[in-house]
Each structure stands twice: as structure tokens, then as C-alpha cells.
Design a protein around this ligand. Structure first.
Ligand code: G1P
Length: 288
């Protein structure tokens, strides 16, 4: 089974749930502890073996490109001040030249349309999609879990997790078939169903491994829920002709596009850090 070489990051979204913080700042640049969200996503993709990082950006998102570029004055100042450790961390986050590419989604037409914008950059090989505001904290990075499962089964795979019944309208929901270990066969998807219409409580989380055939489907796909071109609708058509699985990934997912999810992510990740855990624990005791 071919490795997954290309990862698409749809980063054109407006981040309206985090206004006013995201009025000027791209939501993908919001820091969790001391790194912007987009850096976690890139590190996760790199850990899964990705070689090409494809960003579908939009107006006002150029800070993302700047973040992954060399900042000469800063690097030079840190070198002169002998801040070797800080400099090494910044150097380590630099992508190899030519491995990051950017294209723009000019209109907010939905996640399916954003992924379709990357069609010429991906070609017809299997590829991954990572939604940056879904931060997954796991021993084995979530995308690596998907890629490993894909190497065994082929087909298409999405990360899934159980959600509260009253939250189905926030997610793509899976109609589950046969299950084996952490893998469940997908018989259908419904985008953001009301609880009464939801076929299960298994929600799609922002990690996908898809075959290149999805682009041919997206070419002709009419708008769905919310008047947007939905990736979920394209996946529903793809599963009529190819196998589709949900992977109950190991780890904890934080919705960092939401205030509470974002705050929880910061606490969870800071508590893992030797330099911060004790101090944060003591500070939190004042409030809880
Ligand atoms: C998107 C997808 C949805 C998925 C969710 C995961 O929705 O359309 O199927 O469950 O991401 O975060 P969004 O959160 O962009 O509305």
C-alpha cells in the first residue's frame, strides 16, 4: 500500500467562533501554550511521513506563510545573543524548501470546495486532509494512526469518536457497519444531523485519508448543508464505489475553534510540560 505523501490543510476559514481574536489573526495562528495551532498540525503530518504540505488559504492568511519562513533579523539576533536552544527550536520548525505550497480558495464555498482547490497539487494519489482547529493529543499522532490503518486496509479512512447525542448537529456523523478492533466500516455519512436524524453518535473528526477519486466527485458536486460544497457529501458518493472506514483513534481531541475547547487544549498540553505543569497546577487552584 502506497505511503501518504501529501497532506492538505484547508486554512481559509474565517474563525467566526473565536472573534474578536480572529478578526485580524488567522485562527490557525492562535497559540496553544507557545506554538500556533498550525504548527501542531504540520508536526502531526510530518510524523505521519508527509513530504508535501498543501495549504488552501484565503485572504488575510499570509501570517501562516510567514510563520514557516526564515525570520532573518530574529534568527540573527538570537545567534548573537547565544540563545542556542531557542534558535534550534525555530530552526527545527523550518520546512525543507519547496515542501510547502499554498493555493487560495477565493470564496468561502465549503470544506469540499476547499479540498477541491488542491486537486492539481495532489493529482490522483491517496492523500490526507488535516483540519487544523481539531487538535488531537495522542501518544501516536492521530494522522499516523490513520496512515498505519490505511497501509493495512487501503480504501478511505476518517478519524471518528463518540459524541454526546445532543451534539450530532456539530459533526459529520457515520452510519456504521461491521466493526473490527478500532476500525468500523462506514455505510453512510450525514452532515450535521439533528439528534433524531443521526444514524449513530460516531462523529467524523478532522483527519482524513482519501483516494484521489474524491476530486472527480467534487468536480460535479452540488451544494449541500448550509449551501456549501460539503466534503461529507463527496465521501458519501465515494463509499458507493470504494471501501470506507472510520478509525476510533487513540487520543483526546480538542475543538480549538471553540472557546472552551481551546482553553481545555491549553491546560491539557501545558500540564504535560515539565517546565509548566507545577506552576499551572498551583495557579489553577486559585480558580477551581
Ligand atoms: C467539518 C466537517 C464535519 C466534521 C468536522 C470535524 O465541520 O464538515 O463533517 O465532523 O469538520 O471538526 P466544521 O467543523 O468545519 O463545521
Amino acid at each position: 500500500m502506497a505511503a501518504i505523501r501529501k497532506v492538505v490543510f484547508p486554512v481559509a476559514g474565517l474563525g467566526t467562533r473565536m472573534l474578536p481574536a480572529t478578526k485580524v489573526l488567522p485562527k490557525e495562528m492562535l497559540p496553544v501554550v507557545d506554538r500556533p495551532l498550525v504548527q501542531y498540525a504540520v508536526e502531526e503530518a510530518a510524523a505521519a511521513g508527509a513530504e508535501q504540505f498543501i495549504f488552501v488559504t484565503g485572504r488575510g492568511k499570509t501570517l501562516i506563510e510567514d510563520h514557516f519562513d526564515r525570520a532573518f533579523e530574529l534568527f540573527d539576533t538570537l545567534a548573537r545573543k547565544r540563545r542556542e536552544e531557542t534558535l534550534a527550536a525555530l530552526e527545527a520548525a523550518m520546512p525543507e524548501a519547496g515542501c510547502f505550497v499554498y493555493t487560495r480558495q477565493q470564496e468561502p464555498k465549503g470544506l469540499g470546495h476547499a479540498v477541491w482547490c488542491a486537486r492539481h497539487l495532489v493529482g490522483d494519489e491517496p492523500f490526507a486532509v488535516v483540519l487544523v482547529d481539531d487538535l488531537v493529543h495522542a501518544r501516536t499522532p492521530c494522522l499516523a494512526q490513520l496512515v498505519e490503518a490505511h497501509a493495512e486496509t487501503g480504501g478511505n479512512i476518517v478519524a471518528v469518536m463518540e459524541v454526546e447525542p445532543e451534539h450530532t448537529a456539530r459533526y459529520g456523523i457515520v452510519d456504521p457497519g461491521e466493526a473490527r478492533d478500532r476500525l468500523v466500516e462506514v455505510r453512510g455519512f450525514v452532515e450535521k444531523p439533528a439528534p433524531a436524524e443521526a444514524p449513530s453518535r460516531l462523529a467524523v473528526i478532522g483527519r482524513y485519508v482519501l483516494s484521489g477519486e474524491i476530486f472527480g466527485i467534487l468536480d460535479r458536486l452540488p451544494p449541500g448543508a448550509g449551501g456549501e460544497i460539503q466534503l461529507t457529501d463527496a465521501m458519501s458518493r465515494l463509499l458507493e464505489v470504494q471501501r470506507f472506514f472510520g478509525l476510533r483513534f487513540e487520543g483526546r481531541r480538542f475543538d480549538c475553534g471553540d472557546r472552551l475547547g481551546y482553553l481545555e487544549a491549553i491546560v491539557a498540553l501545558a500540564m504535560e510540560r515539565d517546565d509548566l505543569a507545577a506552576g499551572l497546577h498551583a495557579a489553577l487552584r486559585h480558580y477551581v
